[in-house]
Design a protein around this ligand. Structure first.
Ligand code: NI
Length: 430
């Protein structure tokens, strides 16, 4: 007997060997998908009638700082340096471990509601972040954000904490939590520190999550310091490999893109954050043409200001069309791949497709809505017209976290109240 059988929905498998099923069925046993096809023969513990909906893989957010949900809307419309130095860093320094717990809980609630089933996080007080992820039922690849700023003693402390987090939490929450090393960026970490982190990640067999060339200032600083850009410096240091998840990657040359392809680096594209902070436009069509694994991320809520991956998909498609003055680039299907298949690959999880043997991380999107009517092309609607709030059911690891719009794994009212209280404390202390 299967645990969950989803019937009568349009099944967007994202599996190129299978294609989409106009009316299909998905069966789940334990934490895995065991059947995707026209009709499942056999009994089921629990049947979901998905008539009028799209059943699809859960979205994967490959770059965020979930706890920053508490800083949503705290500082907007400012120059990057003032935003960071006068507003974000001062309030971040006041974040207590419990703030990270409630901020991450709030982020998980928002992600479950908007169809994200897995995310890559880099932040602080990660034990409390992990606790929030464990309780919410989500899947996450967590990294402690490390930066040494060239201080050898700080480097020692940061690496020690990064190692502790990896050894204690990799595989936690029945495998829903994996860990990564999170050296912040090439201009906030020394070259020696980056090399040490690189070696430790290989030793521990975990991935590395890093910001790369988010700003032109980083590019200029690296050229001044090393006579080369971040990608070249990292490559010469032996840092770049198929286990690296590089966020942003805006200020890339053609040669940098070749290096990222040759090393098998995964890139997390964050169009909303990049537009909001006026960081620049990542050369996504060039990366995709080369076959680089490009996924999507929202970045933190202080620079987005939400975690809605449907919005991120639409922005990704639109940004590259207007930037290239070519409406055919980064089409709807490509964007869906970035948000599902490519994201799962970047995190190293067997998800992102509805396929036998894959993790049961999937969502159900209600298409019976004015802004989704009529329906000619499902992929087009999901990218250009759907919103996170159209997601009605979210399943992670075979567990139903939201059913027909009701979140089951989180006490929604309590989280919203506590998040408001935490925000009041943060502002009153500043
Ligand atoms: Ni970031």
């Amino acid at each position: 007997m299967v645990d969950i059988l989803i019937k009568n929905g349009y099944v967007l498998t994202m599996d190129p060997t299978k294609g989409d099923l106009e009316k299909g069925e998905v069966a789940i046993k334990g934490n895995k998908i065991i059947y995707v096809g026209k009709s499942y023969e056999g009994p089921a513990e629990y049947v979901i009638n998905a008539e009028g909906t799209v059943v699809m893989p859960g979205l994967v957010n490959t770059h965020t700082h979930a706890g920053m949900a508490l800083l949503r809307g705290y500082a907007d419309d400012l120059p990057l340096s003032s935003w960071l130095e006068d507003h974000i860093w001062p309030i971040e320094s006041k974040l207590a471990p419990d703030d990270l717990y409630i901020g991450t809980k709030l982020a998980c609630l928002e992600m479950i509601r908007s169809g994200t089933t897995a995310f890559a996080d880099m932040y602080i007080h990660m034990d409390r972040v992990a606790k929030a992820v464990e309780e919410s039922g989500m899947r996450a690849a967590l990294s402690y954000g490390m930066l040494d700023l060239g201080d050898p003693e700080k480097a020692e402390r940061e690496l020690k904490e990064g190692k502790r987090f990896v050894s204690e939490f990799n595989g936690a929450a029945d495998g829903r939590i994996t860990t990564m090393y999170g050296p912040h960026a090439p201009n906030t970490c020394s070259r020696d520190f980056l090399i040490r982190v690189r070696e430790q990640a290989r030793k521990d067999n975990v991935k590395v999550h890093i910001h790369v060339l988010e700003t032109e200032a980083e590019l200029n600083q690296m050229k001044e310091q090393f006579g080369m850009c971040s990608v070249n410096m990292l490559d010469e240091a032996g840092f770049l490999d198929a286990d690296v998840l590089a966020a942003h990657c805006i200020w890339l040359s053609e040669g940098d893109m070749d290096i990222l392809r040759d090393r098998g680096v995964s890139v997390s594209h964050n169009p909303v954050s990049n537009m909001k902070l006026a960081s620049g436009i990542a050369p996504v069509p060039g990366l995709l043409d080369r076959g680089v694994n490009v996924s999507l991320g929202t970045d933190g809520c202080a620079s987005n200001n939400n975690l809605d991956m449907f919005e991120e998909m639409k922005m990704a498609a639109l940004l590259h069309k207007v930037n290239s003055m070519n409406p055919t680039v980064v089409d709807a299907r490509t964007v869906l791949e970035m948000a599902t298949v490519n994201g799962a690959k970047a995190l190293g999880i067997q998800a992102g497709m509805l396929k036998e043997g894959y993790l049961a991380d999937l969502i159900i999107v209600d298409m019976n809505r004015a802004h989704l009517t009529p329906l000619y092309d499902v992929s087009s609607h999901l990218v250009y017209s759907a919103r996170g709030s159209d997601v009605i059911t979210t399943i992670v690891n075979g567990q139903v976290l939201m059913k027909d719009g009701t979140v089951l794994s989180i006490d929604e009212k309590e989280v919203l109240t506590k998040a408001r209280e935490a925000s009041e404390r943060l502002v009153s202390k500043s």
